[in-house]
Design a protein around this ligand. Structure first.
Ligand SMILES: Cc1cc2nc3c(=O)[nH]c(=O)nc-3n(C[C@H](O)[C@H](O)[C@H](O)COP(=O)(O)O)c2cc1C
Length: 286
């Protein structure tokens, strides 16, 4: 492993390291309005949800290279309102247009070809084609760094949410594939979400699992099981029942003849979702 001490690392490289390592990041396409009534849009990927109840979102805006504040920050400092539009794949190229530093008197809805929709609770407009729009009031702004090279973390209270009903499944839960948000990676790279790259981890949070310290060494030090497979076994609630261990070993007696073949078979069973039998084989003492 290499090591970086931020104080003695070139700031350009540090910026690229931060941008490229904490990924993928969602993107807030933030709509604000100046006191002169100019509609502004800009994307920010230092963005995340901070709390659900109350609903709070946060994104951070750093100063321009010339030390001036970006229009988004100036507008929110002025009037405390914004709409955070989420960015689906269909509007990704328009979003990058909004990332260009246009002069403050530019209507960026017009410039980027977005259709503005009036908001229900705030003055800034939403983007018609965004799948979710959060109407927000500034809660607070926390400033980091020095004037001219500062970053402002804008913390917003969500007071109204608009969403496209196609993103909801029959159980009134968001279908991530239908939502189709992009994620920001480093440099000019983005991530498109597809059905194939979604996986589930059904670890119960109400049950206390065995943990690594209660697993036999033969499992923890297995040269066949992957780290994730060992963690799945560490995630079960209790040691398999001795009777079940016996019957499972009997069932697979032709395939699991020694520790290596048992671990190979357990690995296959875990992949097919049969954790119970996998655990029984792994807890058998050869
Ligand atoms: C995908 C993407 C993500 C961005 N994320 C950030 C960010 O997190 N913070 C930031 O200060 N600028 C970020 N930018 C750059 C701003 O969007 C850009 O400086 C923009 O012109 C600011 O516009 P404004 O002056 O209208 O606020 C990002 C740009 C892109 C394309």
């Amino acid at each position: 492993m290499k090591i970086i001490y931020p104080d003695s690392y070139p700031s350009r490289d540090l910026h690229q390291f931060m941008l490229g390592s904490v990924i993928p990041r969602p993107i807030a396409l933030v709509s604000t309005i100046s006191n002169k009534g100019i509609k502004n849009l800009a994307p920010f990927s230092y963005f995340n949800a901070i709390s659900s109840d109350p609903p709070i979102l946060g994104f951070s805006v750093s100063d321009r290279k010339d030390g001036s504040s970006k229009d988004t920050l100036a507008n929110i400092e002025e009037n405390g309102e914004c709409v955070i539009n989420l960015v689906s794949y269909d509007i990704s190229h328009q979003m990058t247009l909004a990332g260009v530093d246009f002069p403050p008197d530019t209507d960026e809805f017009v410039k980027c070809g977005f259709t503005p929709v009036p908001s229900s609770t705030v003055v800034p407009y939403g983007i018609k084609d965004a799948p979710v729009r959060f109407e927000c009031l500034k809660d607070r702004i926390i400033y980091f760094g020095e004037k001219g090279n500062k970053t402002a973390l804008i913390v917003c209270n969500v007071i109204c949410i608009h969403y496209d009903e196609v993103i909801m499944n029959d159980e009134n839960r968001i279908d991530p594939v239908a939502l189709d948000l992009i994620g920001r990676l480093g440099r000019t790279n983005y991530l498109k979400l597809t059905k194939d790259n979604i996986f589930s981890i059904a670890q119960s949070r109400s049950m206390i699992p065995l943990g690594y310290d209660n697993l036999p060494e033969s499992i923890v030090k297995s040269s066949i099981l992957t780290g994730n497979e060992i963690a799945i076994i560490a995630g079960i609630e209790k040691n398999p029942d001795p009777e079940f261990i016996k019957t499972t070993k009997e069932k697979y007696k032709l395939l699991a003849t020694d520790i290596n073949s048992a671990h190979k078979l357990a690995s296959e069973l875990i992949k097919s979702g049969n954790i119970e039998e996998a655990a029984a084989l792994l807890f058998f003492s050869f």
